[in-house]
Design a binder for this molecule. Structure first.
Ligand code: MTE
Ligand code: MO
Length: 337
């Protein structure tokens, strides 16, 4: 599919002032129709409103010191794997890194500054459950045991906005190989960190923290399943899910769990964060399908982050040739929500 390259995609140098960025954000927010969202168009915000959580999260604690140098910085940029091509321009970095969903830092999109409280070293990753030998290792140890590459992927949020970004990371299959799951393992359950001192919104007890997501082993070992450690040729910024987050581009964005600390191999289907909150709207499979509307809005089109352009949504977000076979025998399952 050809999508016209929008005008004004790239910011001119002279526009790179904080004020123009602020104005660009306002245009972006207008373009994304957030007025409509505030009126109750989107589930997450509607939930937050019901729960009385419309005010930004504030914490009594002092802000942490400035960011420390990332010990993995020398691994970037990693070579690009040309196999994964886009049908649209890349989203501008300043959009993808300032318009985020990361509920641990607040239920609105503008959490990128609050997210700088995230401390990404030391960062321990645990691999356990139905595996030959449980493993606990530091993120830098893990990075030394995998091969990093860059992939250009689309990302389709269930809220009907999308972006296209260069992730750096490694195939999820590499982690599964490290884990050596037992044959009884059918799923991998992933967990985000739990630390309200870094992420004040985790004190909001009406959310089922920590954030949890899951995949079948077949999904996790599909070549598209990617564990991202960086974006735009640099280590992952906090707000995008440093230091390790999932990218499964054929699924709705909420599957792409951020800041992972644990991979548990299990024979039971994990119940994800959003499924616990609203199981009738956010299920386990959550594959993208323009023909299956969300109970409260259409999924036929999506608004492109940074331009506000509206484009048709594709089945499996355009990745059907890689993943459709995974679901051929799953009749009777709610595959698309
Ligand atoms: N831990 C955690 N992971 C998360 C979320 C979150 O709130 N917490 N939001 C999800 C949603 S809804 C989306 S669309 C993507 C957004 O990723 P981005 O901010 O890098 O665009 O992260 C997903 N992963
Ligand atoms: Mo999302």
């Amino acid at each position: 599919m050809l999508i016209k390259r929008p005008k004004g995609w790239e910011m001119k140098e002279r526009e790179a002032t904080p004020e123009s960025v602020f104005r660009a954000r306002r245009r972006l927010i207008a373009g994304l129709g957030l007025g409509g969202i505030a009126a109750g168009g989107l589930g997450y915000l509607a939930l937050a409103e019901r729960m009385g959580d419309t005010a930004p999260v504030r914490s009594a604690e002092a802000a942490p010191a400035g960011p420390v140098a990332d010990p993995s910085a020398s691994l970037y940029p990693a070579p690009r794997n040309e196999k994964y091509q886009l049908d649209r321009p890349l989203t501008g970095e300043r959009f993808a890194t300032t318009y985020n969903n990361f509920y641990e830092f607040g239920s609105h999109k503008n959490i990128h500054q609050e997210a700088q409280r995230l401390r990404v070293r030391p960062w321990t990753v645990t691999i356990d459950g139905l595996v030959e030998k449980p493993l606990t290792l530091g993120i830098d140890e893990l990075l030394a045991r995998v091969s990093l590459e860059e992939r250009l992927y689309r990302h389709r949020c269930v809220e009907a906005w999308s972006m296209a970004v260069p992730w750096t990371g490694f195939a999820f299959a590499e982690l599964v190989a490290l884990a050596r799951p037992l044959s009884a393992a059918k799923y991998v359950r992933m967990e985000t960190f739990m630390d309200p001192s870094m992420a004040p919104a985790q004190r909001q007890s009406w959310y089922p923290w920590p954030y949890v997501e899951g995949l079948t082993i077949e999904e996790a070992t599909n070549e598209l399943a990617f564990l991202a450690t960086g974006i735009y040729g640099k280590p992952m910024p906090a707000q995008n899910g440093a230091p390790l987050r999932l990218a499964v581009p054929w699924k709705y964005g909420f599957k792409a769990i951020k800041s992972i600390v644990r991979f548990e191999f299990t024979d039971r289907r994990p119940k994800s964060f959003w499924e616990v909150i609203q199981g009738t709207e956010y299920g386990f499979w959550a594959n993208v399908n323009p023909k299956v509307p969300h109970p409260r809005w259409s999924q036929a089109t999506e608004q492109v982050l940074g331009t506000g352009e509206r484009v048709p949504t594709q089945l499996y977000n355009g990745y059907g040739e890689h993943v459709a076979h995974l679901y051929a025998d799953k009749t009777g399952e709610r595959l698309f929500m």
